[in-house]
Design a protein around this ligand. Structure first.
Ligand code: SF4
Length: 81
């Protein structure tokens, strides 16, 4: 995955230097992200419907999961380091 810079340091996939170390991530619209369960994530990207938005304020990282969450294993995404 290309380097993903992220400042959301309470995410399970965040690492020092504001680096995302997830194996893959899914960026989608806020609306789609809100409508889907935690299990719908990057591994389902090929089946994810396109979701145009009007500004960056309407997008989200669907892969975000808080550190120590019980849902970390739900999406088949893993930390690469
Ligand atoms: S999964 Fe998303 S929110 Fe979490 S560190 Fe990576 S880019 Fe940031």
């Amino acid at each position: 995955m290309a380097r993903v810079n992220c400042s959301v340091n309470n995410c399970h996939y965040w690492a020092q230097g504001n680096e995302c170390v997830a194996s893959e991530i899914l960026i989608t619209s806020d609306q789609f992200g809100a409508d889907q369960p935690d299990s719908w994530d990057a591994p389902q990207s090929a089946r994810t419907p396109v979701s145009p938005v009007d500004s960056c304020m309407e997008t989200c990282c669907k892969t975000f999961v808080p550190k120590d969450s019980q849902e970390i294993e739900d999406d088949n995404v893993f930390r690469t380091k």
